[in-house]
Ligand binder design. Sequence first.
Ligand code: FAD
Length: 340
Amino acid sequence: MAGSVLALKLIEHNFTVKVIDKPELSNCSKIAAGIYNPVVFKRLTKSWMLDEVLPEMLRFYKSQEERWNCKLVTERNIVKLFSEEQEIILWQKKTNGELENYLDKIIHKTISYQSIKQNEFGYSKVKRSGNLDVKTFLDHTRNFLMQNGSYLDEKFDHSELKVSETLHYKTIRASSIIFCEGHLIKHNPFFKYIPLKPAKGETLTIEADDLRIGDDIINKNAFVMNLNSNQFKVGATYNWEDLSDDPTQGGKEDLEAKLKKIINCNYKIISHEAGVRPSVIDRRPLLGKHPKYDNIYVFNGLGTKGVMLAPFFAEYMLGYLTNKNSLNAEVDVMRFNPLE
Ligand SMILES: Cc1cc2nc3c(=O)[nH]c(=O)nc-3n(C[C@H](O)[C@H](O)[C@H](O)COP(=O)(O)OP(=O)(O)OC[C@H]3O[C@@H](n4cnc5c(N)ncnc54)[C@H](O)[C@@H]3O)c2cc1C
């Protein structure tokens, strides 16, 4: 996500770009459900910088839809199934505050979706949410970069980078390099000091002929989102210990236990996937220049919200690279300066 969005923006602004990527090294973006949710459910607050990131997100992906003549964004409601009375009281309070444009005021007492379990406390809906078809976006970006002669499918070997005023990498000469390696930044000798707090996540794809939820995303400790007429994505888990891309039995059991509290029909598991989210210890994106080298940059730290954050912060990074703006300390990689 990070490298794709940034590369497209750089090319749009007439930079000559070479993307070096070995997609098999990290599953994270490829398996993401691509959901954008303007609301943080835990505290029922607005998502960080929502008013800035949401408009740029929609503008950017919609312009790619036009360019490639494909559908990338589906606007969907997120159906929040309440677990207790307290949640309803908080919801009603927040519908009159900063979330009034995002939370539906109606509290539904009866579930009207086929094969979703009746719920003692009912549900309401988040509006102006949806999802990006991440796989289609990544596939189109890769094809575009290949056609543009801007893509190299290989593992980047950091020891081959010769740093001077002009950078040399094998046969490539470049004025700058921007690392967008997700959680694998831990292997990057220039930036491995950054305190990431990566979180592994697992998802299931299921087939359920009797489940009917339309375009809505059903949420109760896990989400269920339709992919096509009878296939659904179910996610996601969080694990901060095991940081491999391997799906686990524990992850599957966790998701199935949550799924069975949401649906009451038969289903079959079609696939089970895992990836590692590149979250930073302070849960903010990571942008900017290496503390020692003026031509080595990083664009990372998209954490759990790559879809919503990538377009705005890629634009912000572009402004920084072209000297239009400085970086806010909250996202500047210099907040973790190892030389201090
Ligand atoms: C289960 C799960 C569900 C998620 N759901 C959502 C969601 O619904 N909505 C949302 O917004 N976000 C979601 N996320 C988070 C989102 O996926 C991330 O924010 C985003 O994908 C991070 O993108 P990235 O490009 O930084 O990292 P990555 O996707 O890890 O990309 C890094 C790329 O760099 C390549 N690479 C690394 N090192 C090298 C090297 N040495 N040489 C060559 N290539 C290299 C990797 O192979 C990979 O292609 C989810 C994540 C998970 C795991």
